[in-house]
Design a protein around this ligand. Structure first.
Ligand code: NI
Length: 429
């Protein structure tokens, strides 16, 4: 008798309740329906992506790309606001009332010569979609179509942000200044990830990508004949000491458990073998997993350059190139929103398909949105040896597994829809 009741007890706790079963069935229906709608759009998504890929455009010049996507939105009867930050625009779908959630894609390409020989290779010499932004743009357009088909059931508003100039131009910051976020209370973005297979995603709460800036330092001395160094003030020696001193900033001043990078990537000065030049220019990049860390590093770089130059009787100055390449904050994923991505990803693609992302010291201007509202930037897998999708972004051999397109469109859609469902205002009397 005792044995029987024990067996019954274990059966009770291990079997799902009827509510759980109903919920599971509902979830399965949702997933099947959404993925099959997205799959039906696959050929259309591929054709859009290939058009964008053939005519890549650099930051703030994404006119054709912007035209193409807006033309498609018009055909779908989806309203949008244009222009924002030159070529950017925001489409809006839903009730027009809160809750409001934002999805974001970047549209710009890289100054890179594509070396992949295929039918839809870039037709613009020296410009390539080598970071997958053509896929990001197409996937968000795909989401626009899916959300529009399902708009009667949307419990709020989705803002779809198509932005220019992610590659160094801080397009996101201009979009924000010009009101792109509207009343959005959370934002989600995805970036193709060649390190994980198609059909998977990778995400992480907290710091995920670095705060980034660039710098150019100029060290002025006094040029002269190389045979008479005493009659000149040598900026080459001053620059050499400066480069070495800069390398001590991270090794001696940063908590070893923190992450920063200081890379000097070029040295320019002089052109003759027997002339001491009047100045030397060095330049490079600074990175930190915290925005405050980057600001401190910027300050110390200025102090070291000025100090080292002075030691060698030169004058030193640093330009952080903020006009040309504005500093990016660190990309910090909100914990609660990250749980949402995790749950939606598991539901749509299966629990095994959600990986833990690695932190990378690259930058992403999505971080600007996260300074205003909670958000998550996560990776969406494109690795597929069969089609040659094995190269890192910014490689001239970068190649996309186009199977990702409907997956990304469905994922964007589910993330937004389910966010709205879970953030209904609670009315109190
Ligand atoms: Ni990118």
């Amino acid at each position: 008798m005792i044995k029987l009741s024990l067996i019954l007890f274990f059966l009770c706790i291990s079997l799902p309740s009827s509510t759980e079963i109903a919920y599971k069935n509902e979830e399965d229906d949702y997933k099947t329906q959404l993925l099959s709608s997205a799959k039906q759009d696959k050929d259309w998504l591929i054709s859009i992506r290939r058009q964008i890929h053939e005519y890549p455009e650099l930051r703030f010049q994404e006119f054709k790309t912007s035209d193409l996507i807006r033309y498609e939105l018009q055909k779908l009867n989806i309203s949008y606001t244009y222009p924002i930050a030159h070529t950017g625009f925001v489409a809006e779908i839903g009730t027009g009332s809160p809750p409001i959630v934002a999805l974001r894609a970047d549209m710009d390409a890289l100054p890179l010569q594509e070396l992949v020989e295929w039918e839809h290779k870039s037709k613009s010499d020296g410009v390539m979609h080598g970071c997958g932004h053509d896929a990001h743009t197409s996937m968000l357009l795909g989401a626009a179509k899916l959300l529009n088909q399902r708009k009667d059931n949307l419990k709020g508003t989705v803002r779809l942000i198509f932005q220019p100039a992610e590659e160094g131009g801080a397009g996101a910051s201009y979009m924000i200044k010009q009101g792109a976020l509207g009343g959005a209370e959370a934002i989600f973005g995805m970036h193709v990830d060649f390190g994980i297979p198609t059909g998977t995603i990778a995400t992480l709460p907290g710091p995920m990508l670095a705060a980034v800036c660039f710098f150019v330092a100029r060290i002025e001395g006094k040029g002269g004949h190389a045979a008479e160094p005493h009659n000149s003030v040598d900026p080459v020696l001053a620059a050499s000491s400066t480069i070495l001193a800069l390398q001590q900033l991270i090794s001696r001043e940063l908590d070893p458990l923190q992450s920063q990078v200081l890379s000097v990537t070029y040295v320019k000065g002089g052109s003759a073998l027997n002339v001491i030049p009047s100045y030397v220019e060095i330049g490079g990049t600074l990175r930190s997993l915290t925005t405050q860390g980057l600001q401190r590093l910027q300050q110390r770089v200025k102090e070291v350059v000025e100090g080292q130059a002075a030691v060698h009787r030169c004058t030193g100055s640093v330009d952080m190139k903020d006009d040309e390449f504005p500093a990016y904050p660190a990309t910090i994923n909100d914990k609660t929103m990250n749980d949402h991505v995790d749950q939606v990803g598991s539901m749509l693609l299966g629990p095994q398909a959600v990986k833990i992302s690695e932190k990378v010291m690259a930058g992403e201007d999505f971080a600007f949105y996260q300074q205003v509202i909670p958000g998550v930037m996560f990776g969406i897998g494109i690795r597929n040896e069969d089609v040659g999708a094995v190269h890192s972004p910014h490689s001239p051999y970068f190649f996309l597994d186009e199977d990702v397109l409907p997956i990304g469109a469905a994922l964007h859609t589910a993330i937004a829809e389910l966010y709205l469902n879970q953030h209904q205002p609670s009315f109190t009397v």
